[in-house]
Ligand binder design. Structure first.
Ligand code: FAD
Length: 422
C-alpha cells in the first residue's frame, strides 16, 4: 500500500487542476509546493492595499474553454472576472493604440500599410493551440520581417512572453493570437490573478513550503523525497516547469524535456503615490525604441481595485536582452534601471514611485523553440504509461494559463484511465 494514490509536485494552476480532478474522483491526492503560497506563475501579492499580479495579467473571454469550464465548476462567475475594457498600445515615438484589435488593422497601431497586409497574410494560416507543431516551425524572426517584425511581432512576443524573436517559433504565438479575440474583450480576476489557484487549493490537500528534491520511478509506483522524508505514491505528476523536471527527476529520459527551455522575466512593480497613464492599460515597447523595457502595465487601469484610491500601480517588465543579467542583480539596481528607462516613456514616473516590488522568473514562459516544437507531439503521445506523468503549460509549448489548465485536465484523465486498467 502506498502513502498516496497520487503525489502532485507543484501548486500552479496545472498541478492544482490535476489534483482537483483526481480528488473529485475519490483519489488520495496531495500537492507538494515549494513556495509558501499557491499559484506559481499566477500569484498575487497583497501589500498596503495594492493587489500586485506578479505573473499572469489577464485571460480572454474566448479561446480558454478549459479555464472557463473549471471556473464554472468552482462557482466563479464572469462578474468575478470583469472585462478590462481598455486597449494595448505600441510605443513608436509615442503610444499608438490598437494592438490586438480589429480597429488596429485599419488604423495601423503604428504599423505601415505594407506590414498590415503582411500580417493579414500571416494570420491566414491554420494554427492549433493544442498542436502548435502542425503549423510552421519558423521562428518569429524568420516568419516576418521589416516593420511587421520590429513594430508588432517582436514587441508583442517579448513584451508578453519574454521571448527572443530569433529563438521562439511563431506558431504558438499565432495560435494564441487567433483564438483569443481582441484585447477589448480580455478580462482580469477582480480579486487578483491568483483567484483560480486559491479556489482550487481550498478543495484539495496542499502542503506548501515543501520543495520536492527527488522523484524516483519504481515501475508500478514512485517515491518522492521532500523535507527529509520519503513518500510513496502509485503515481507522481510533475507539474513544475521542464527545467525543474530535469533537476528533480534526472532519469526522465525525454529529449523533449531536455529541449524545453523557458524565457526569463524580471518585473518591477511600482507602487505609486498617484495614478499615472490615461487610456491603454499596456504599452509594448519595440527593441528599436528602448532596449531595457519590454512592457509597461498600468495595473490600476487594468482594474481599479489593484491600487488604493488616488494611488497607482505600474509594472515595468525588462526587455529579454537584459532580463538574464537582472536575475542576479539586487532589487535596488533592478528598480533603478527599469524606472530610469521607463521614465522616458512615462514622464513623471520616477517622482511618483514609493515602494518597488521586484519579481524574477527564471522559468517564465515556455520558449517554444523549433527543436522543442519538433519533439512535442512524440512526447505527448508517450504519456500515461508509467508511474510518472507531467502537467504544465510547457506540455503544449503554449505561453498561457489555458495550456496549464488543459494539461492538468488531461493528466488527470490519463491517470484515471491507468487506474481503470489495473
Ligand atoms: C510574467 C508572466 C506573465 C504571464 N501572463 C499571462 C497572462 O496574462 N495570461 C495567461 O493566461 N498566462 C500568462 N502567463 C502564463 C501563466 O502564468 C502560466 O502559463 C501558468 O501560470 C503556468 O502554470 P503551471 O502550473 O504550468 O506552472 P507554475 O505556475 O510555474 O507552477 C509550478 C509550481 O511548482 C512549484 N515548484 C517548483 N519546483 C518545485 C519543487 N521542487 N517542489 C515543489 N514545488 C515546486 C513552483 O513554486 C510553482 O508554484 C504569464 C506568465 C508569466 C511568467
Amino acid at each position: 500500500m502506498t502513502d498516496l494514490d497520487v503525489a502532485v509536485i507543484g501548486a500552479g494552476v496545472a498541478g492544482l487542476t490535476t489534483a482537483f480532478r483526481l480528488a473529485s474522483a475519490g483519489r488520495r491526492v496531495r500537492v507538494f509546493e515549494a513556495a509558501d503560497v499557491v499559484g506559481g506563475r499566477m500569484t498575487t501579492v497583497r501589500e498596503d492595499g495594492f493587489l500586485i499580479d506578479t505573473g499572469a495579467e489577464q485571460i480572454p473571454t474566448t479561446g480558454y474553454p478549459q479555464t472557463w469550464s473549471l471556473l464554472g465548476e468552482l462557482g466563479i462567475g464572469r462578474e468575478q472576472v470583469p472585462r478590462i475594457g481598455r486597449g494595448i498600445a505600441l510605443w513608436r515615438g509615442r503610444a499608438r493604440p490598437g494592438v490586438a484589435s480589429t480597429r488596429g488593422l485599419l488604423t495601423g497601431a503604428g504599423l505601415s500599410v505594407r506590414a498590415r497586409l503582411e500580417l493579414l497574410r500571416l494570420l491566414r494560416g491554420r494554427f492549433d493551440l493544442e498542436r502548435p507543431e502542425d503549423s510552421t516551425h519558423a521562428t518569429v524572426a524568420q516568419a516576418c520581417r521589416g516593420d511587421l517584425l520590429d513594430y508588432l511581432c517582436q514587441p508583442v512576443v517579448s513584451g508578453f512572453f519574454g521571448w527572443d524573436a530569433s529563438r521562439s517559433a511563431i506558431a504558438p504565438f499565432l495560435a494564441l493570437l487567433t483564438s483569443i479575440g481582441p484585447a477589448s474583450t480580455w478580462r482580469t480576476y477582480r480579486d487578483g490573478m491568483d483567484t483560480l489557484a486559491r479556489a482550487l487549493a481550498e478543495r484539495v490537500d496542499v502542503t506548501t513550503s515543501a520543495p520536492v528534491e527527488r522523484v524516483v520511478d519504481d515501475g508500478s509506483s514512485a517515491r518522492i523525497f521532500v523535507r527529509g522524508a520519503e513518500l510513496s505514491a502509485r503515481s507522481v505528476v510533475l507539474a513544475v516547469p521542464a527545467p525543474v523536471v530535469r533537476r528533480v527527476y534526472p532519469e526522465h529520459g525525454s529529449e523533449f524535456i531536455d529541449a524545453c527551455s523557458f524565457s526569463v522575466v524580471v518585473k518591477a512593480h511600482l507602487l505609486l503615490d498617484r495614478p499615472l497613464g490615461r487610456r491603454d492599460y499596456v504599452v509594448v515597447v519595440p527593441t528599436a525604441e528602448n532596449g531595457t523595457v519590454a512592457t509597461i502595465i498600468f495595473d490600476h487601469l487594468k482594474h481599479p481595485g489593484r491600487a488604493p484610491e488616488n494611488r497607482g500601480l505600474v509594472t515595468v517588465m525588462a526587455h529579454p536582452s537584459v532580463a538574464a543579467e537582472l536575475l542576479g542583480a539586487p532589487d535596488a539596481e533592478v528598480a533603478a534601471r527599469l524606472v530610469d528607462a521607463a521614465e522616458r516613456l512615462v514622464p513623471g514616473l520616477r517622482a511618483a514611485v514609493g515602494r518597488v516590488v521586484v519579481r524574477r522568473f527564471r522559468h517564465a514562459l515556455p520558449e517554444a523553440t523549433p527543436r522543442a516544437l519538433a519533439l512535442r507531439s512524440g512526447f505527448e503521445a508517450g504519456l500515461g504509461g508509467g508511474a510518472v506523468d507531467y502537467a504544465g503549460d510547457w506540455v503544449y509549448l503554449s505561453p498561457c494559463s489555458e495550456a496549464a489548465v488543459r494539461s492538468g485536465v488531461r493528466a488527470a484523465r490519463r491517470l484515471a484511465r491507468k487506474e481503470e486498467r489495473v
